[in-house]
Design a protein around this ligand. Structure first.
Ligand SMILES: C[S@@+](CC[C@H](N)C(=O)[O-])C[C@H]1O[C@@H](n2cnc3c(N)ncnc32)[C@H](O)[C@@H]1O
Length: 218
């Protein structure tokens, strides 16, 4: 039996929490995200419209913009506090637009060629919101790449992961990391979610604390 999920608040609104998140060193997991996205999806064409769901302070959006200069990127998040930091950290000549949107929300007129998301799923009380957004906001060529935390087997393992990966971080970040691990979904739960949403995505565990779901919408 796996440990029961303990939900955490959806939006990250608190100033200290947002500042700690934006200042944290996510080099390892975020470069892993970019490498896996390239490996699983290959090159998705020289240009297109990409969507970063739950973009937060925008680190993944900016990495994508730097790696794929022909693409336009919409970064969507429900937290104005996060988006203010994202805008501060993004150069003026950017290909990224940030949009404050609380999901679920109606699909925009323009559908996307690529949708990616990092660490949004575990925030959602109803995980179906992410998969329905992906289905409704994608065009028929759209490629999908979602990465999130994986709920550990028990609290002891969750605490050990915090010690291993966030030993020197501020308390607010360690607290958030622990609660995010406890709120995360298992790979089996994610497989069931994508099946229910009728999305033909593959679900793979890619590290001791991360899982990805990826593939084509059509
Ligand atoms: C852990 S952060 C991840 C940020 C970013 N993707 C990254 O990898 O650094 C999760 C983000 O999802 C946002 N979020 C949570 N629930 C949301 C919802 N229902 N609608 C829009 N954004 C949401 C939070 O405000 C937060 O900025």
């Amino acid at each position: 039996m796996s440990m029961k999920r303990t939900p955490e608040p959806e939006l990250m609104l608190d100033d200290a929490q947002v500042r700690a998140y934006a200042d944290a060193d996510f080099e390892e997991p975020h470069s892993h995200f970019m490498a896996l996205l390239a490996d699983r999806l290959g090159t998705s064409g020289p240009t297109g419209w990409a969507l970063d769901l739950g973009c937060g302070a925008g680190d993944i959006s900016r990495r994508f913009a730097a790696a794929y200069p022909g693409w336009r990127i919409d970064g969507v998040d429900g937290s104005a506090t996060m988006l203010a930091v994202a805008r501060d950290l993004t150069p003026a000549d950017t290909s990224i637009r940030y949009r404050e949107t609380l999901l679920p929300a109606p699909a925009p007129e323009r559908r996307y060629d690529l949708i990616f998301s990092n660490s949004l799923l575990h925030h959602l009380a109803d995980p179906g919101v992410l998969w329905a957004t992906i289905r409704d906001w994608s065009n028929d060529r759209c490629r999908i790449f979602v990465m999130d935390l994986l709920r550990p087997a028990d609290r002891k393992t969750a605490h050990a992961l915090v010690e291993q990966y966030a030993a020197g971080e501020p308390d607010v970040l360690r607290h958030d990391f622990l609660h995010s691990l406890l709120a995360a979904y298992t790979d089996a739960e994610i497989r069931a979610q994508v099946r229910t949403a009728r999305l033909p995505l593959r679900v793979e565990i890619v590290s001791d604390r991360h899982v990805v779901a990826w593939g084509d919408v059509g």
